[in-house]
Design a protein around this ligand. Sequence first.
Ligand code: MN
Length: 388
Amino acid sequence: MEKKKKQIAILGSTGSIGTQALDVIAQHPNKFEVYALTANNNINLLIEQAIKFKPEVVVIANDKNYLVLKDALQDYPIKVWAGIDAISDVVQSDHIDVVLAAMVGFSGLKSTISALKSGKTVALANKETLVVAGEQMIDLALKNGAPILPVDSEHSAIFQCLNGEGVNKINKIWLTASGGPFRNFSIQQLQRVCKEQALNHPSWSMGAKVTIDSSTLMNKGLEMIEAKWLFDVDPSQIEVVVHPQSIVHSMVEFEDTSVIAQMGVPDMRIPIQYAFTYPYRLKSNFKTVNFFQLSNLTFEEPDLKVFRNLSFAYDAINKGGNMPCILNAANEIAVESFLQDKISYLGMSDVLEQTMQKVSFIQKPSLDDYFETDMEARKIAADIINKL
Ligand code: MN
């Protein structure tokens, strides 16, 4: 590995990926340094992180919290900025080697665009960015020589399976899904699901949004779209396979029918660290896979009639244009409403379906169109929820 410490900006440092990234950094203080930390609202944790990691800059997106943050850090040589635009500014700093985009949802789009435009290596955990505007993001990355390194465990797996394969053609990607807490549930059983059950994921520890998305298989739908853009494959080449043990993180089948899989314990710190160190690997003390204890690795086909959100994702990407953006906005509103007990578990799928029918379709959207579409879709989804 290189001698110089990598300077890392963590966008969304108080979230699940952000805190695990800081854990990786804390374990390797001679390899990594935190240049910037940004958070939306969680001021107390941001202050704690800033005091521990001494970044150059901290940014709080919600500027109502600015004075509290500034006050708490006044004795430290840390610049304190506020507002969404300040996040887009900070990622442009010449000092930064890697930007970890770990915000949740559409709100991560602007700062990721800014990082790509300034040619930064982007460790991408914010899958919604590629779901909403994948084509433009990949264009920006190529045009500006800004590598996008996947942090999502499945995409990190696929990326690792493709290492050194060059121009070798692939038949398909096997995108693994844990199946979430409601694997094998019927529609009738899903009708009675409450948020406490949905928030209780069997194998991965994640933030609330992605945990709900995992339980509905929306997460896998978003990841299918993410994989389409990252690896330049057709959606028909991406097969979702339910693998409850979460040991195989995804697989690639090449045209000679050989399949390469990447495995490991389900621990997000492994793909986060790999994105920080790529193309190198770094010795770590994470738990290891004990194959003697893994007598039972299972693989099942997902039921798209029960987990409708996954089929909406295929519909959206096949339709193209701004449809994945519409799907994503509707889903963000639906999940938020479910978490606030405003709609039922299956009501989330109804919101997605109806919003996709109602929002104006644009075949060739510009980047600005996505911001319009996102607003319109959120409004329409909220209207649908009010009428439910
Ligand atoms: Mn994932």
